[in-house]
Design a protein around this ligand. Structure first.
Ligand code: ZN
Length: 286
């Protein structure tokens, strides 16, 4: 099958797929570093883990992930009356569906450490507490430096509470935090300034930042440098598809999550993955 060419006629380099084992290694590495770090390290860890598990499990493009706003998220219950619930993410600005609305679904996972719900809800709490504290302080006429200080105190208190929980237990049996602005971006770039977490009206994380975060976290986790060079913003999406195909999940079901229109595109990810990604030993539940 011919490689997709961009408008400029360039053939994009194939991204190395991040598989489930990679995802677990990344999350474990980020958590360990945060445990030894300060409050800034905790905020970065909270964001990066949420971004990685949501990016992987939703299988969406990095531009679609970066564009998620609070109002795009909803908890949905199974209409058939089972206890199943999932978070739907409204996908906007999709390359293949500019005029229609698409959704990706996030289920809970077995292991709480890698659960998209647990990890996303933690991050949403951090952002909501931060933004709502700023707004409240602003409403009370407090100067900007005091707004920032109040927000930082609130976030540090929340992070302390989150760290005190048992990581082996799920903490996702809760509602989505209510943000005052439905259009507030979920993901934020972290500044080096004392403010650190930017305001909800500031610049959201761009899709160009996602591969930088992935590469940095892969480096910290001790991934091979040749592999890190091939990690891109596409690695989570191609990783999900490759993993799902290796686990025997039907292409139709994968397409529903990834938003692909064509089955052969999904099959191509698997067929073109390096053979070590498809080794049957990877599928053994050791
Ligand atoms: Zn959970």
């Amino acid at each position: 099958m011919a490689k997709r060419r961009s408008a400029a006629g360039q053939v994009p380099e194939r991204a190395d797929a991040l598989l489930a084992d990679d995802l677990r290694a990344l999350v474990d590495s980020i958590s360990a570093r945060a445990a030894a770090g300060d409050w800034k390290a905790h905020i970065a860890a909270c964001r990066d883990i949420a971004l990685i598990v949501v990016g992987f499990c939703s299988a969406r493009r990095r531009s679609e992930i970066a564009a998620i706003q609070f109002g795009d998220l909803r908890i949905v219950s199974d209409e058939a009356g089972s206890k199943e619930q999932w978070i739907t993410m409204r996908i906007r600005g999709s390359r293949t569906s500019l005029t229609s609305v698409a959704y990706a679904q996030l289920p809970r996972s077995r292991d709480s450490r890698y659960c998209p719900w647990c990890r996303l809800l933690d991050w949403l709490m951090v952002v909501t507490v931060h933004d709502n504290t700023i707004r409240t302080a602003k409403d009370h006429g407090e100067p900007e430096d005091q707004q920032v200080r109040a927000a930082r105190r609130s976030v540090i208190r929340l992070l302390d509470n989150l760290s005190d929980r048992d990581p082996q237990l799920h903490h996702c049996d809760r509602e989505l935090p209510v943000h005052r602005r439905a259009t507030a971006p979920v993901w934020r770039a972290l500044a080096k300034s004392t403010r650190y977490l930017p305001a909800d009206t500031g610049h959201p994380l761009t899709d160009q930042t996602i591969p930088l975060i992935l590469k940095k976290r892969c480096q910290e986790a001790g991934f091979d440098s040749a592999r890190i060079a091939r990690i891109s913003g596409h690695s989570l999406r191609s990783g999900f598809i490759t993993q799902a195909r290796a686990d025997g999940i039907a292409s139709e079901d994968i397409k529903r999550q990834s938003g692909h229109k064509r089955t052969d595109t999904v099959d191509h990810y698997y067929d073109s993955a390096p053979s070590y990604h498809k080794n049957a030993a990877n599928q053994l539940q050791l």
